[in-house]
Every structure is written in C-alpha cells, then in structure tokens.
Design a protein around this ligand. Structure first.
Ligand code: OAD
Length: 268
C-alpha cells in the first residue's frame, strides 16, 4: 500500500493543467528494458555508439537495422501496464493535459493516451534515411542490407531519434510549452540524463508548477521535485490516481501481472 500525501492528491485533483514526462522506467513493468539500469539496461549490454547514431548506421546499416527490427518485434508482444493506464486516466480526468514521452515503444497510445508527443520517435515507424518526410508503411525485410526507399533508393531506417540528432521540433515545442504552463508536472521513470527532455522539470519548476518524481531511484532531477514516490510507476501512479479520484478510479484496469504475462522477459 503506497501512502500518497493528502496535499499531493489534492494538487492533482484540482490541477487545471497536468503535464507528464515519461521515460523507459514506465515500461519496465511491461517487460521492456530500460537504458541505464545497471545489468539490465540496454546500454549496459549494447554500445549506443554502435547502434544509435547516424554514423553507426552509415558504418553498418544492417547491424543497426536488425537490432531495431528485433526490438520492434519484441515490443509488439508486450502490453501496457497499470502505470500507462494511470497516465491515460489522469488525462481523462483533468481539463488540460500533455504527455511528453521519451519512449519509442508506443505503449502509452495503446493504453489510451491521446494528448501525447513522442520526443524520441516511435520504433514501429520506418522512414527514408535521407528524407524524414518519406515514411514507409510496409517494407520487405530480406537480404543482407536494409530495405530501400522507393523514392530515392536510400536505406530505410527506424523513425527514432538517435544520439547527435535533433528532436522533432513540434513535439519538443509542445512539451516545453506544457512544462511552462502546467500546474503539476509528473516525471516518471526517467533517469533525467538525456537533454533536452531532462530540462522540462526545470522549466516547470521555474514557472511555478509542482513537480512530482515517480521513480524507485533518485535522479539528478530529484533536487527539483516537490514530491517523490520512490516506487515502481506501475504501483505508484495507480495509487496516485486512486488517492485523487477515489478507489474506483482505476477499476477495470489490468494488473501488473496481466500486463507482463505476454511480454515478460522476452522483451529485454
Ligand atoms: P533510463 O534507462 O536512462 O532511465 C530509466 C529510469 O527508470 C531510471 O531512473 C530507473 O531508476 C527508472 N525505473 C526503473 N524501473 C522503474 C519502474 N518500474 N518505475 C519507474 N521508474 C523505473 O531511461 P530514460 O530516462 O527513458 O533515447 O532514457 C532517456 C533516453 O536515453 C531514452 O529515450 C533513449 C536513451 O538513450 C533514445 O533512444 C534517443
């Protein structure tokens, strides 16, 4: 049983504008690996410089393509967890809302989040590596190189943001505007190590918002937080929703056990 402070529950219930910044930790209970957790994090086991930069793709396009193709296939088998559902429930319960996620797994949308910007893209999408405007719906994944763009013949690549690349401008602008305008910013499941997303709590705090961190571990963002729930988000966020809107507010939502049943460790 997670105790939620009365004034935090009240702040959520009475907020006119709630913003959420989410990171890989929110999907951890769906069986998706985070990036920086020791031992289990993707970047503890794979070198991001070999897999998640434009130069890595130029050097070895097939290696990068295959790594993302495998993650895409794994992510297709996982389900949103109660943390994702709680965020969708908050959206449905407050007048204004924006979720800015760093996650590329699409689980927030599958849980029902609609006012959502994907700061780092979405792994389910594929696009031309030369022209980002050329998104591709279907492709043939055979042979010893990535499939090619029908317009220009360049390789296709996952529609995610790599290190050294800019974030989608519209998504970032919307996230920054929300951070500056919200009454309450919930920062869930992110290490706060990757900018510009990690600057959002700073903007919110400077503009007078209440900042809540939901993360079992402290992060560089913790110093800016007014409240911290040091629990997994799949437990803390539903508890927060119930504290704000009553015990029935999360009724009918799947449990953590149900959401990890399909994906399990297969997605790691
Ligand atoms: P990280 O892997 O850096 O951080 C995950 C955070 O989630 C850590 O602070 C954990 O303590 C926390 N965490 C773990 N389990 C949790 C749980 N059940 N509930 C809540 N929190 C939990 O992931 P991000 O901060 O999302 O970028 O990483 C940011 C970006 O770095 C990613 O979007 C990715 C990566 O390189 C790109 O791919 C461009």
């Amino acid at each position: 049983m997670i105790a939620i402070a009365d004034d935090l529950a009240r702040a959520l219930r009475s907020a006119r504008f709630v913003a959420v910044l989410s990171g890989a930790g929110v999907s951890a209970e769906s069986g998706v690996s985070t990036f920086r957790d020791a031992l289990t994090g993707l970047w503890a086991n794979f070198d991001p410089l070999e897999l998640a930069t434009p130069s890595a793709f130029r050097r070895n396009p097939k290696l990068v393509w295959d790594w993302y193709a495998e993650r895409r296939a794994q992510l297709a088998r996982v389900l949103p967890n109660p943390g994702h559902h709680a965020i969708a429930r908050i959206e449905a319960s407050v007048p204004r809302f924006l979720l800015a996620t760093q996650n590329v797994d699409g689980l927030h949308a599958r849980a029902g989040s609609r006012r959502l910007v994907e700061l780092h893209g979405n792994i389910a999408r594929v696009r031309c590596s030369e022209d980002p405007r050329h998104a591709v719906e279907a492709w043939d994944d055979v042979g010893d190189e990535p499939p090619r763009c029908a317009h220009c013949g360049a390789y296709l690549r996952p529609d995610v943001v790599w290190f050294e690349e800019s974030l989608p401008a519209q998504a970032l602008c919307a996230a920054e505007a929300a951070a500056r305008a919200c009454d309450l910013l919930i920062v869930a499941g992110t290490s706060g190590e990757v900018y510009p997303a990690a600057a959002l709590p700073q903007y919110a705090k400077a503009a007078g918002a209440i900042v809540l961190e939901v993360n079992p571990a402290a992060t560089p963002l913790s110093a800016r937080a007014d409240y911290a729930l040091r629990f997994p988000s799949g437990e803390a966020l539903p508890a927060l929703v119930r504290a704000a809107w009553g015990e029935d507010a999360m009724a009918g939502q799947p449990s953590c056990a149900e959401s990890s049943r399909e994906g399990g460790n297969g997605a790691r």
